[in-house]
Design a protein around this ligand. Structure first.
Ligand code: GTP
Ligand code: MG
Length: 344
């Protein structure tokens, strides 16, 4: 009937938590990559973005997920640094998120940046699940590579299972001290009022099927209305980084959370001075499952729709600012869009 047809966009999932608790390793397990190994001092220093298609989610989740139950296209994961000096990046990651995974090392429990992450999630009212990570380090653990957690539990000695349960209950206690009523995820009926705790090992993959299942379930259940966008509308996003792209000059890494950006669009980008108004020279998209921070083989494309990580190459981007908004002008006046960017 001529009305714009709403499309369901990919939910944006922020991965937050204290330094070294296993955020990047968890994403490596999902991507089948080794981004962690390439990090200087094994510390994440930038926000990352990785698109995980529904196909991959359902492959990894195995019997736990029936892809025909879902009409969301997959998940866009945002990796954030846990080191204390990167609090701006954590807030930025949190602000982009539709939902989140809070990664907590089961041995280490709540640490300063765990609490900082919880505060961000509370402030931005972002629903989240807790990945109680590194369960493979529980004394006497009998690893079950890539198994759903129930199967993995069944393969443990009573002793190992009891030790893990004790640690999980400590975590649940710490969450309740921060005003979150939490329980093991399989006991949570209403995820709107309760935080689900999922035992995981990013090292062995145990519990990873469960994390993906809970994230898809949460998204499908609570985010569907929010994910309905006019995919043809003018794109809106946030700058992650400003850097040289070989053959294209200065480019910006962007997380696009609404609409579409096309290769012939004019965009307005927040900058250290006045907003930059510039014409897109090229749109470069990472391959599915590639981390935008480390991707080497970007594909040059005509258009990108939300949600996605992409590089935008254009003239005059040198003063573009990480964390600033990016807006496509399209049918609107430049002045209007410049003002919108200034006000954000
Ligand atoms: P930052 O990004 O710097 O905050 O750290 P991070 O949370 O991304 O941690 P990262 O994934 O870099 O992991 C830190 C260390 O813990 C690495 O040596 C990983 O191999 C290890 N690690 C992560 N997850 C697990 C796990 O489930 N089990 C075990 N045994 N080791 C893990
Ligand atoms: Mg990391």
């Amino acid at each position: 009937d001529g009305d714009a047809v709403a499309t369901l966009r990919t939910p944006i999932v922020a991965v937050l938590g204290h330094v070294d608790h296993g955020k990047t390793t968890l994403l490596d397990r999902i991507r089948g990559s080794t981004v962690t190994e390439g990090e200087a001092g094994a510390i994440t220093q930038h926000i990352g973005a990785t698109a995980v298609p529904l196909e991959t989610v359902s492959e990894l989740a195995g019997s736990l997920v029936d892809p025909t139950d879902f009409d969301l296209p997959g998940l866009l994961f945002i990796d954030t640094p846990g080191h204390h000096s990167f609090s701006t990046l954590r807030s930025r990651g949190g602000a982009l998120a539709d939902i989140a995974v809070l990664v907590v090392d089961v041995n280490d429990g709540f640490q300063p940046q765990t609490i900082e992450a919880i505060d961000i999630l509370q402030r931005t009212e972002t629903p989240f699940v807790v990945a109680a990570n590194k369960i493979d380090t529980v004394p006497g653990w009998n690893p079950q590579d890539d198994a759903p957690i129930q199967q993995s539990y069944d393969a443990q000695s009573d002793r190992a299972r009891e030790t893990l349960d004790e640690r999980l209950y400590e975590l649940i206690g710490e969450l309740s001290e921060h005003d979150f009523s939490a329980d093991m995820y399989w006991r949570v009926q209403n995820f709107a009022n309760n935080v689900g705790v999922v035992p995981t090992s990013a090292e062995t993959g145990e519990g990873v099927p469960d994390v993906l299942t809970v994230l898809m379930g949460l998204s499908q259940r609570y985010l569907k209305d929010a994910m309905a966008i006019d995919a043809e509308g003018p794109g809106a996003g946030t700058v992650l980084e400003v850097k040289e792209q070989k053959g294209f000059g200065t480019a910006i890494d962007v997380v696009l959370y609404d609409g579409t950006v096309r290769a012939d669009d004019t965009v307005v980008v927040g900058a250290t001075g006045d907003p930059i108004v510039t014409d897109v020279r090229a749109l470069l998209q990472p391959r599915p499952l590639a981390e935008i921070r480390t991707e080497k083989r970007f594909e040059q494309v005509d258009a990108v729709s939300a949600a996605a990580g992409l590089k935008i190459a254009a003239p005059d981007l040198d003063d573009a600012m990480a964390g600033a908004p990016v807006r496509v002008v399209r049918d609107r006046s430049r002045e209007e869009v410049v003002q919108e960017v200034q006000e954000e």
